[in-house]
Design a protein around this ligand. Sequence first.
Ligand SMILES: Cc1cc2nc3c(=O)[nH]c(=O)nc-3n(C[C@H](O)[C@H](O)[C@H](O)COP(=O)(O)O)c2cc1C
Length: 321
Amino acid sequence: MQLILAPMQGLVDDVMRDLLTRIGGFDECVSEFVRITHTVHSRPTWLKYAPEIANRNLTPAGVPCTVQLLGSDAANMAANALEAVRFGAGKIDLNFGCPAPTVNKHKGGAVLLKEPELIHRIVRTLRGSLPAHIPLTAKMRLGFEDKTLALECATAIAEGGACGLTVHARTKVEGYEPPAHWEWVRKIRDAVNVSVTANGDVFTLQDYLDIKTVSGCNSVMLGRGAVMRPDLARQIKQYEQSGSVREADFAEIAGWINLFFDLCTAKEANNKYPAARLKQWLGMMKRAYPQAEDLFARIRTLKEAADVKQVLEAFEWEQKG
Ligand SMILES: Cc1cc2nc3c(=O)[nH]c(=O)nc-3n(C[C@H](O)[C@H](O)[C@H](O)COP(=O)(O)O)c2cc1C
């Protein structure tokens, strides 16, 4: 079985990928989408989105990172993909699922699910341009307004030459509203002859077991659940390997919080960045852990990195008893 960390623009950047892949359980991760419009991006841009390409496409923990592109101009996407490969990218993924109105207005992301022929042309053009050893994959939702074109879009991707397809089991209009329609992932899996990864609403080990049963997939992508419960992938891997699970206690998580903050501090000279990222993360984690809510309250009004760090260190000591 394969566990993949979802691409999440503004949430799972290189620092979060570094942290979550260190904690363990993931076989692969994917960069935030790199938007392709009229230009061909320079090396600093690729490195900004996916610094892993300067490290043989690996996170510091050694987990491979795929570079995701979003756009609709097949020729320019191919030129950009080739450039990313020239700078070191080892695998390319295409985004056919982003619901953001500004992105959709410029014909990117989920809006392309209305045009399976265009999806096919994009995938075929990229496959024809990239060296044969560079894997090309895609990620889709089930449709834009409804699911009537889901199988056609999936087939367009597979027949265009992608070797893998991740399905976020909702339409664009369904946004992030539960439930995710895992049974549709099975329909797609049965319709195409490429490997299919199931995605959507896996927040617990039980959700993982359920999505596997319903979708029939051996590959699962974790998004928000992996951010809210940073050892979710590790729990799943432990369960798959030994049938038992050791969940992290909050003392261990407090150590990861400190590490995350240090990694953010090392990344950005702007000393507001670490506190902002930490608040974003705690805001999600507090849905799974009351201690995260408590910590959030303690740092809520702080902005300076040094002030926050002081609170974090004291908090970790407290948790360790
Ligand atoms: C804040 C946020 C940013 C996202 N950014 C991307 C992205 O850059 N590329 C992409 O393919 N999907 C993106 N997604 C969708 C996720 O990869 C995933 O498909 C979705 O969250 C469902 O999985 P989950 O229920 O496990 O979170 C994003 C989702 C969220 C919540």
